[in-house]
Design a binder for this molecule. Structure first.
Ligand code: MN
Length: 192
């Protein structure tokens, strides 16, 4: 698996130019959090991040998450982000890595539900093994979600799928009905 650590995050960015956090604060949340950021870079996508051992494990999801268990969403791993990134919204300047607007589309605590033969699997191990199941307590996303790797190597790729539970099949497309930031209520156009 290609190395995509917090050091890679820092190496890719010029912190004199981008307003993104440097990632020097290594505190751990009392309850692990997830965040989904809407990011209008060269292509609009959603970044799905889960707190694992003090960093945000990250996947870029071109079509965004779905509440429909029949919709499998491609999730491409990106470098670990610092925990403070969960509160980042703003504009990454032109010419910088990931240039474009970012908003916090959803966030909240989550629980790790990953098991193997009935035995709980720690999340870091689950990520390394390429399969995890989490329970999200977001403002928009709720309930179980599974992330499963289906391709390894240079073109590593995963799928994000909603579990078929009581939070499944929320009416309408949540990406369209709730486009705004859960932190500021702003839409992407209003981020500056
Ligand atoms: Mn992104």
């Amino acid at each position: 698996m290609p190395k995509k650590t917090l050091e890679d995050y820092q190496a890719k960015r010029d912190f004199r130019r981008t307003p993104e956090p440097r990632g020097e604060d290594r505190r751990i949340s009392p309850a692990p959090i997830f965040v989904v950021q809407k990011h209008d870079a060269s292509h609009l996508h959603y970044d799905f991040r889960l707190e694992v051992d003090g960093v945000l494990k990250s996947w870029a999801i071109p079509k965004g998450p779905s509440t429909d268990p029949r919709q499998k969403r491609l999730a491409v791993p990106t470098e670990d982000h610092p925990l403070e990134y969960a509160g980042f919204e703003g504009v990454i300047p032109e010419g910088e890595y990931g240039a474009g607007r970012v908003l916090v589309w959803d966030t909240g605590p989550f629980r790790n539900l990953t098991e193997k033969k009935g035995v709980p699997v720690p999340l870091a191990e689950a990520v390394a093994h390429g399969h995890l199941k989490v329970w999200l307590e977001g403002h928009k996303l709720k309930g179980g979600y599974a992330l499963t790797r289906f391709k390894t190597g240079k073109d590593e790729a995963w799928l994000l799928v909603k579990a078929d539970d009581e939070a499944a099949d929320a009416p309408g497309d949540v990406l369209k009905t709730r486009p705004e930031s859960v932190l500021s209520g702003r839409t992407l156009e209003e981020i500056n």
